[in-house]
Design a protein around this ligand. Structure first.
Ligand SMILES: N[C@@H](CCOP(=O)(O)O)C(=O)O
Length: 433
């Protein structure tokens, strides 16, 4: 697999380089130069295959020149070792539950695959790397658990002080060993800016092998294609068309789905649901991309004011807004609408959705007002996180849910939280020190 930069299509690096560099020097993002087509004959019998088997078909299509089939299969079997079931709601709408991994969020697919890919390459390199990751809620927990005790890798997680839920914070701060978590005074965008600045700082890069575990790193996006393909496999015999509805913050999840479509996965359309951080819906409507500081919402993992991956989506469409709008719609919802949707789903379906997933549910309804639903069309809402990660919301709404065992265990662990102001010089000194 060769990759170019969204800012320079002449550039060509191999997968291993893109994984460890994370970002091209020109500040673009890496994209595959070619999307090899998934053979229709390969997809034809996917309904008989398991999620890891389908994941292998996707990954091997992309990475066959980079990793042997045997190693890739072992990595996928170990990384994607939990279910992604579909929960049916009324009117051909499904909730794709992506929260059955260790950190209870869809990011486990990316975090686990990426850690194993890096460990695979590091075996022959014998070098040590320092991962930097910014999180507004869910990425950090998945990366922490994915990389915990992986030899040769140290992870530093930055998160906005007071803007992640208590459970999300414990998932970051109770690991110790090779994982440190620092609460930054500021927003997620400040954390992401510190990380990006570090990647472009010559002195830091001379001293440390810096790598990102955010979705700017292409190895996070490949495993996020797996569950789109697996969902297609489960629904393809009952439905003619599938519309994926993806709650979106940094737009890595939906970018991965659109990359799977570019590989040939049959998808009718994508819908990006956002919270009040409505930069993309606004862009699709006005053509003006107005990045701005994120606002805090109940769907905190989507509190992003300048979504990193949107340039990848634009690149897939050669920056042609009209072509993009044929394939992508986007709707934004505020906290009051999110709360109402959670209650509505609970009352009508006896099912509990997290605040992020609630935006997806609302987006289905909004889309159906614009496009009357066709008979053989399924809407699939990606459920990005387990509701238990947001206890305050459900306490206020008086809604009960089951609490997974790993959450109870978090309270028994030692909290090793660090704090820092939002200064690049302090962050840099900390990393070097
Ligand atoms: N949604 C995020 C923000 C970072 O996104 P990423 O997909 O780029 O890692 C979070 O949960 O932290």
């Amino acid at each position: 697999m060769k990759l170019y930069s969204t800012k320079n299509h002449e550039l060509s690096v191999d997968f291993e380089t893109a994984v460890f560099n994370s970002l091209p020097a020109d500040k673009g993002l890496y994209m595959p130069t070619i999307f090899p087509k998934l053979e229709a004959t390969l997809m034809a019998n996917w309904e008989q295959k398991t999620l890891p088997e389908i994941a292998f078909d996707i990954a091997y299509t992309l990475l066959k020149d980079d990793i042997s089939a045997e190693d890739l299969k072992a990595i996928i079997d170990d990384a994607a070792n939990f279910e992604a079931p579909l929960h049916p709601l009324a009117h051909d709408t499904f909730v794709l539950e992506l929260f059955h991994g260790p950190s209870l969020a869809f990011k486990d697919f990316g975090g686990r695959f990426m850690s194993r890919i890096m460990a695979h390459f590091l075996k022959k390199e014998q070098k040590e790397i320092q991962i930097l990751v910014a999180t507004s809620g869910d990425t950090g927990g998945a990366v922490a658990l994915g990389f915990l005790n992986v030899p040769g890798i140290k992870v530093t997680i930055l998160y906005p002080e007071g803007k992640v839920s208590p459970i999300q914070e414990l998932q970051l701060t109770t690991n110790g060993n090779n994982i440190e978590a620092i609460a930054i005074e500021g927003t997620f965008d400040d954390c992401q800016a510190l990380v990006k600045q570090a990647f472009h700082d010559e002195e830091l890069n001379a001293k440390l092998n810096l790598t990102s575990a955010n979705s700017i790193n292409i190895s996070r996006l490949i495993p996020q294609m797996f569950y789109y393909a697996n969902t297609y496999a489960r629904l393809k015999d009952q439905y003619e068309d599938i519309i994926f509805v993806t709650p979106s913050g940094n737009f890595g999840n939906i970018a991965a789905g659109m990359m799977a479509w570019k590989l040939g996965l049959p998808v009718k359309r994508f819908i990006a649901a956002t919270n009040s951080n409505d930069i993309v819906p606004e862009f699709l409507e006005t053509g003006i991309y107005n990045a701005r500081p994120s606002v805090q919402t109940l769907a905190n993992a989507m509190d992003v004011g300048d979504p990193s991956n949107f340039v990848r989506i634009l690149d897939l469409f050669n920056n042609d807004l009209s072509a993009l709008k044929e394939m992508l719609s986007s709707f934004a919802f505020n906290d009051e609408q999110i709360k109402k949707a959670i209650v509505e789903v609970y009352q009508t379906e006896n099912y509990v959705v997290c605040p992020h997933t609630a935006t997806g549910y609302l987006a289905v309804k909004a889309d159906q007002e614009q496009h009357p639903k066709q008979k053989k069309t399924a809407y699939v809402v990606l459920a990005t996180a387990h509701p238990c990660k947001f206890p305050d919301v459900f306490e206020e709404l008086n809604i009960q849910y089951d609490i997974p065992a790993q959450v109870e265990e978090l309270y028994q662990k030692v909290n090793q939280k660090k704090s820092m102001n939002n200064s690049f010089q302090d962050f840099k000194a900390h990393l070097i020190g």
